[in-house]
Design a protein around this ligand. Structure first.
Ligand code: SGN
Ligand code: CA
Length: 523
């Protein structure tokens, strides 16, 4: 054969085998179980101070049988943007969804479209939060907007909305399993099962009320952070358990339970989740919260509680509800894993557990997320892939949500377009990758809710540099010495060389990702 003929023969062979691979039934299924605002600290496989008091045995099954990526991060710690990044493999500025409330441009490339075109049966069930309707899915059924916990409404593909009795996490799981039952089993599947929990208002399944009654949740060291030694914008935040946690909405003490007792502000949002419940559900709720609220109100009224005691009480109330919502998420993971076992799907299904961003569980005195600080910047990422991922492994590479789309495509044997900014994690999972990124880029663009300023930054394995354009301030954290990020060292002489290196790296990443110029949020 002449050389060009050999080339032709080889090329047709490669195309033919790729086509066989692309259409064979043994390509792995991908089950992506995703929650909203689940901090790694509230997953026992990640370890930490809550692991003992609030175990997540089912999510931990993924860790034992697969991998926990211990350095997993988002690119923009807020809901819609994180989801848009997962679908596109691109940072917020590149997919156009920079802030909650934007509308996702459905004409752009997404991993769901690519998997669907590549022969996968695709579905998304649960929280979506991208304003425009899902595309690239054979089936979808989503919570409108933020969705509700109790007796939630779901929006279907035909445009109809229907309310379902029960608890959102359970119903989302039921619907995911119903789709698995009815799917076109001649194809591999890609299923995104996306929970509302443990998002605010941290409303537990009624069966889980009281689950942490006999537990004292350990307090983070920075519960009473004074925001000194960092950007002055920290003190302007509106996400403190002390000053911004609503009495009725968040702390679950309704106005009508208080009699003559006046609680200090804030108290802005009422009790929309309680109001959704039917009488028997309200009865269960009241039987649990009623006496506990009366006991707190009596203590409050007696003057026995200091200001800090009240914050501590609110922290316990917050954490017990948050962790109770996690119990139902963990049960959901257990039900889905059992379904795979019982239907002979476990071997050929990759299961991932993740959440759109992290969350503050009292660190810096906060609930909510948004900041590039560790608690909200980190995303959980646990994955089980039988026969490929070493059980019980804990990879340490810096990974980000831009990597999910190329990873899913790689798993499916499909090409990733050059425009995608993330990288496939599959070589890390196979243990065949030695070279990996040394730094991550971060950008937060919202203005307003919870009063977190726009900020941008870079993180390496050991340090983090953040720029706040509004106040034109830089902060530098040495994570090896100060993992709680309590003191910026950007002005210390011994850090000047490192600061310069990180600044260069920050601008290099901005160029690599073609990030837009800073806009002043205070226009
Ligand atoms: C809602 C919440 C906020 C939360 C945002 C963003 N308020 O607006 O506390 O920060 O969502 O969350 S609530 O009254 O609606 O609960 S996100 O996960 O959707 O980004
Ligand atoms: Ca979220």
């Amino acid at each position: 054969m002449r050389p060009y003929q050999t080339g032709w023969w080889l090329a047709s062979f490669v195309v033919a085998s790729w086509a066989t691979l692309a259409h064979s039934n043994d390509r792995p299924n991908i089950l992506f179980i995703f929650s909203d605002d689940h901090a790694i600290k509230a997953i026992s496989a990640y370890g930490g101070p809550l692991a003992e008091v609030a175990p997540t045995p089912n999510i931990d099954r993924l860790a034992k049988q697969g991998a926990v990526f211990v350095n997993s991060f988002c690119g923009n710690s807020i809901c819609g943007p994180s989801r848009a990044t997962i679908l596109t493999g691109k940072h917020s500025h590149a997919n156009g969804f920079m802030r909650n409330g934007n509308s996702f441009d459905p004409s752009q490339w997404t991993v769901a479209k690519a998997l669907q075109a590549g022969g996968y049966a695709t579905a998304v069930i649960g929280k979506w939060h991208l304003t425009s309707d899902p595309v690239g899915f054979d089936h979808w059924e989503i919570l409108p907007g933020q969705g509700n916990y109790y007796n939630p409404v779901f929006l279907s593909m035909d445009g109809t909305k229907r309310q379902f009795d029960g608890y959102a996490t359970d119903i989302t799981t039921d619907k995911a399993m119903q789709w698995l039952e009815q799917r076109d089993a001649s194809k591999p599947f890609f299923l995104m099962c996306q929970h509302k929990a443990p998002h605010r208002t941290f409303a537990p399944a009624l069966r889980h009320l009281g689950a942490f009654d006999n537990t004292e949740i350990p307090e983070p060291e920075s519960l009473f952070d004074d925001y000194a030694d960092r950007s002055r914008t920290l003190a302007d935040n509106e996400m403190e358990i002390d000053r911004h946690f609503d009495w009725a909405y968040d702390a679950k003490i309704r106005q009508d339970e208080r009699g003559e007792i006046q609680l200090p502000p804030p108290d802005r949002y009422g009790t929309p989740e309680y109001n959704r419940m039917n009488d028997s559900q309200k009865k269960r709720w009241d039987a649990y919260f009623g006496p506990r609220n009366q006991s707190f109100l009596a203590d409050f009224q007696s003057g026995r509680l200091s200001h800090r005691d009240v914050v501590r009480w609110k922290y316990q109330r917050y954490m017990k509800n948050y962790l109770s919502t996690v119990l139902a998420v963990d049960e959901s993971v257990g039900r889905l894993l059992n379904y795979l076992d019982e239907n002979d799907l476990a071997e050929n299904t990759i299961v991932i557990y993740s959440s759109d961003q992290g969350f503050f569980l009292g660190e810096h005195g906060w609930y909510d997320k948004r900041w590039m600080f560790e608690e909200s910047f980190r995303m959980p990422f646990l994955i089980r892939w039988p026969g490929v991922i070493e059980p019980d492994s804990r990879p340490e590479q810096l990974i980000q949500n831009i990597d999910y789309a190329p990873t899913f495509l790689d798993m499916a044997g499909l090409e990733t377009p050059a425009e995608v900014q993330g990288r496939s994690l599959v070589p890390l999972m196979r243990g065949t990758q030695n070279e990996w990124r040394q730094s991550l880029y971060y950008a937060y663009y919202e203005v307003g809710e919870h009063a977190v300023p726009q900020h941008f930054g870079v993180r390496t394995q050991t340090h983090k540099l953040i720029y706040f354009p509004d106040s034109d301030e830089w902060n530098l954290f040495d994570l090896t010495r100060d993992p709680g990020e309590m003191r910026s060292v950007h002005e210390l002489a011994e850090y000047q060389q490192l600061r310069q290196e990180l600044t260069d790296e920050f601008y290099r990443l901005r160029e690599q990702y073609a990030a837009p110029a800073f806009e002043s949020a205070k226009k």
